[in-house]
Ligand binder design. Structure first.
Ligand code: MN3
Length: 244
């Protein structure tokens, strides 16, 4: 079975198995087993859960862009927190056997699942589309971006503006529509364009966190500087591979 097929086939939650969300790539690890003894019933009740994806680089991967302390707190506290609370909310709502995408596209999302499921998905995407070894866009992606935005520069400006204009906390996105066209949008809080509450729906291929916790230690109130810099560490190969 090739890797792509394997990933597609491992997204379903099954009692007794750990769920690997479809957007988490091959580096996902199983959490170490704890020493304590768990009663069989209790183990079955808690077995269906999402797991915090490990970062594909170190906390100190982006010294010029995101400081290591921000990276560590963001991943090990914030993202872990969303993951834990999502699992608790799913258990509470008796939801299992769904991918994170299936959950987020449900007609009516309970608030706790909307917030924490969004937080889980959004951060998983965010970490995945950053890289310390940025080599620019492929010709295919650059051509597509020029078609849909006029130029690479116009695209990057529109993306930074979407993040800068988001009032309060939220995200800036690049999404693909049903007709394959790319568009840029923004959502508040931990919402994302998969959700039916989104002003503009689409399939996210790039997401930038503009919550203050993503940049405040290094940039304080200068969100615009953070946006200009983070666009320089985007893994364009990953972004391109998310297009259908
Ligand atoms: Mn965040």
């Amino acid at each position: 079975m090739n890797k792509r097929k394997f990933l597609k086939n491992t997204v379903m939650a099954t009692t007794g198995m750990t769920v690997v969300p479809s957007l988490v790539l091959s580096s996902c690890k199983t959490e170490p087993k704890k020493e304590e003894t768990v009663e069989p019933e209790a183990a079955a009740a808690t077995a269906t859960s999402f797991v915090l994806p490990p970062l594909p680089y170190g906390y100190d991967a982006f010294p010029d862009t995101i400081d290591a302390m921000t990276m560590e707190i963001h991943h090990s506290k914030h993202h872990q927190g969303y993951t834990n609370k999502l699992n608790a909310a799913l258990k509470e709502a008796n939801i299992s056997g769904k991918t994170i995408e299936e959950i987020l596209t449900m007609d009516e999302l309970p608030t706790a699942i909307r917030n924490n499921g969004g937080g889980f998905y959004n951060h998983s995407l965010y970490w995945d589309i950053l890289t310390p070894g940025n080599e620019g866009m492929s010709e295919t992606l650059a051509t597509k971006i020029t078609e849909d935005f006029g130029s690479e520069e116009a695209f990057k400006n529109e993306l930074a503006t979407a993040g800068a204009k988001r009032f309060g906390s939220g995200w800036a996105w690049v999404c693909q529509d049903g007709d394959k066209k790319l568009h840029i949008c923004s959502t508040p809080n931990q919402d994302n364009p998969l959700m039916k509450v989104a002003e503009q729906m689409g399939t996210p291929i790039l997401g930038i966190d503009v919550w203050e916790h993503a940049y405040y230690l290094k940039y304080q109130n200068k969100r615009g500087d953070y946006l200009q810099n983070i666009i320089k560490i985007i893994n364009w190969d990953k972004v391109g591979s998310r297009m259908s």
